[in-house]
Structure formats: C-alpha cells, structure tokens
Design a binder for this molecule. Structure first.
Ligand code: 13P
Length: 251
C-alpha cells in the first residue's frame, strides 16, 4: 500500500502526517508493505519521521543517469542515500503533463533497479482509450515497453501499478471487476514474458480513487495485490484505514 502524496505536504506537514499515521498502521505493517512517497523536498523530513518504523519511503520519479548535467532531475543513488527504498515511475501525470515516454520509463526502471531501488511502474489507459476499446493494447503496450529487457530476477523487485487515468482524482473508481480484468491481463502478459514464478510473485497495485470504503472489495480480487493511493493518502486516518483493510484481506 503506497501513498503517492504528489505535489503536497511540505516537510513539516509531511512529518506531522507521519506522526499521526505510524501508530495507526503499526499492526498493518506486519502483513502489508506500507510505503509513503512524498515530494523530493519532504523526503529527508519523512525519513527522519519514519526512523524505527516499518513504513517504507519512496520518491515519485528518478532519472536514469547517476549524475551530470540534467537540470531538475534526481539520480536513483541520491534517493537511496536519503533513505528511499522505492520509487514511482511513469505515473500518468508524468506522462500527460511532462512528456514521459515508455522508453524513458524503461530507462528509469533499469537505473532504479541497478541502484537498488524498487520501482513502482505505473500504466493505465485514458477514458478515450477505454471508450475506443483499446484498454488491452494500451496497457499491455506500456507494460511491454516499460519493462523491456528486464530479467525475471529483476521483475521480482518491480511492482506494477495499474491506474486507469479516468479514475485518478475523479472519485470514479474502477469497479472491482473492471480492475481485476485488467490486472489479470497484466499478470498473463508477465507470465508469457517472464515465466510463472516471476508472474506469480510480482505485485500488481491498483490506483485511482481508492478509499477506505472501496479498498477491501478491490483487495479481494485475485490479481489485485495492493494499492497506490493519491488523495486518501493525505489523510492519516484514511490511508491507515486502507492499509488496515489490506491487512484484513491478506490475513
Ligand atoms: P487518487 O487516489 O487521488 O485518485 O490518485 C491515484 C494516483 O494517481 C496514485 O498514484
């Protein structure tokens, strides 16, 4: 269960949220990986606030080079140094607003893995693509190109997040059946490309208006292994309720 804070919560506000969150998820972390992904400038404060807890830390992007003249970018090794274990890559907001391509996502994914970070690789179709019945082509195309060239061993460190763009921040969640259908397609393609063990082991997270009142039903779907939570991760009680729902379903 990963909380994507997006461009919210400056260092003090982030640390305050984590102080509220930690006692509420102390049980859940025994059964579920709980991760928060603050904006870059809040990572240090979050790392300090998370000291001694089992809640993990992730960033929202990283570059593919180790260092150099790449203004505005952050290298995977820098994130590791600051205490991150995870990094979100290829979020639809990066793709839509900042020109992120599948090729870039692939390079970032390889670099993150090489540095020892665990990438959460995001894929998902727009409403137009769903209405045009192109979900399978779009989502599996993003999956294939994003993970191209990875070994089965590397896939074990990757988490795939299916986030239908029309469900993000809209309050319009995919139904559990709609989400499961696409998650099943994703796992099937991973099975073809990487083999049974890798496909069975990989986590496939759902993202898009996941809330306390729909989390359990989504998590009960056979191929939904977790969530990537935007808006609801900005409220400690809501994010904890989602993590605890995942714990209950897992247990
Ligand atoms: P919301 O939960 O706000 O719909 O955002 C989902 C998301 O984009 C997580 O990465």
């Amino acid at each position: 269960m990963a909380g994507n804070w997006k461009m919210n919560l400056a260092p003090d506000a982030g640390a305050a949220l984590l102080a509220q969150l930690l006692p509420l998820v102390a049980d859940a972390t025994g059964a579920v990986d709980v991760v928060v992904c603050p904006p870059y400038t809040s990572l240090s404060a979050a790392a300090a606030a998370l000291q001694g807890s089992d809640v993990g830390l992730g960033a929202q992007n990283c570059h593919w080079e180790d260092s150099g003249a790449f203004t505005g970018e952050v290298a995977p090794g820098m994130l590791l140094t600051i205490g991150c274990q995870w990094v979100i890559l290829g979020h639809s907001e990066r793709r839509l607003f900042f020109g992120e391509t599948d090729e870039g996502v692939n390079r970032r994914t390889k670099a993150a893995l090489a540095a020892g970070l665990r990438p959460i690789v995001c894929i998902g179709e727009t409403l137009e693509e769903r209405d045009a019945e192109r979900v399978k082509d779009v989502v599996l195309g993003q999956l294939d190109r994003g993970l191209q060239g990875l070994s089965s061993e590397q896939l074990a460190s990757v988490s795939v997040a299916y986030e239908p763009v029309w469900a993000i921040g809209t309050g319009r969640t995919a139904t559990p059946e709609q989400a499961q259908e696409v998650h099943g397609l994703i796992r099937g393609r991973l099975r073809q490309s990487f083999g049974d063990a890798a496909a069975d082991g990989v986590r496939i997270q759902y993202g898009g208006s996941m809330k306390p009142d729909n989390a359990a039903e989504l998590m009960r779907q056979i191929d939904i292994d977790g969530g990537l939570i935007g808006g609801a991760s900005l409220k400690a009680a809501d994010f904890a309720a989602i993590a605890n729902a995942a714990r209950d379903v897992a247990g």
